[in-house]
Design a protein around this ligand. Structure first.
Ligand SMILES: [Zn+2]
Length: 166
């Protein structure tokens, strides 16, 4: 997900149910949300730390303890090879059977859901799922990490996020 709180607004109920069923869940948050907040009295250089702490606490509330932050700047995401590589690294480390990410497709009826960071994260994640995580030659600096599964297991898209199996 692009920002701290995106997973909470978009999928926390589903994740809580998965955790209750014994499924291990990891979060990968691309930015620290440092362009967010609403209180001008809070120093801007504290926002990232505050939002990371909030995300970790929110994850804990639904039983998730593995929260990874990639540290990209909030509001300035683009689909780059570096972003794809960093997400592919997490996929290779975690080896998920399913991934929830934001949709890479702009929804003109729900513009806030189509924040440019969400679109970039969705597209970079889809690229990381296929082909990056499974291609041994995609990122030589990830060569020491296991690759994803070679067989495809299907894909399901919803209006606000995309769930896919790798
Ligand atoms: Zn967001």
């Amino acid at each position: 997900m692009a920002h701290p709180d995106d997973v909470d607004f978009g999928a926390a109920g589903t994740i809580a149910q998965w955790v209750d069923e014994g499924i291990e869940v990891s979060y990968c948050i691309v930015t620290d949300g440092d362009a967010g907040g609403f209180d001008p009295a809070v120093p801007r250089d504290q926002i990232g730390d505050i939002r990371r702490a909030e995300q970790i606490e929110a994850a804990k509330q639904v039983g998730v303890s593995d929260v990874r932050f990639l540290g990209y700047p909030d509001g300035r995401l683009a689909v780059t090879f570096e972003l794809r590589r960093d997400i592919a690294r997490v996929i290779r480390e975690v080896r998920p059977q399913r991934v929830i990410c934001q949709s890479p497709t702009r929804n003109m009826l729900r513009i806030p859901a189509s924040h440019p960071d969400h679109l970039a994260t969705g597209e970079a994640t889809m690229c990381a799922i296929y082909p990056d995580a499974r291609n041994p030659f995609a990122y030589p600096d990830l060569a020491d990490l296991p690759r994803g599964r070679s067989r495809r297991r299907g894909c399901r898209a919803t209006s606000g996020s995309t769930a896919t199996s790798t």
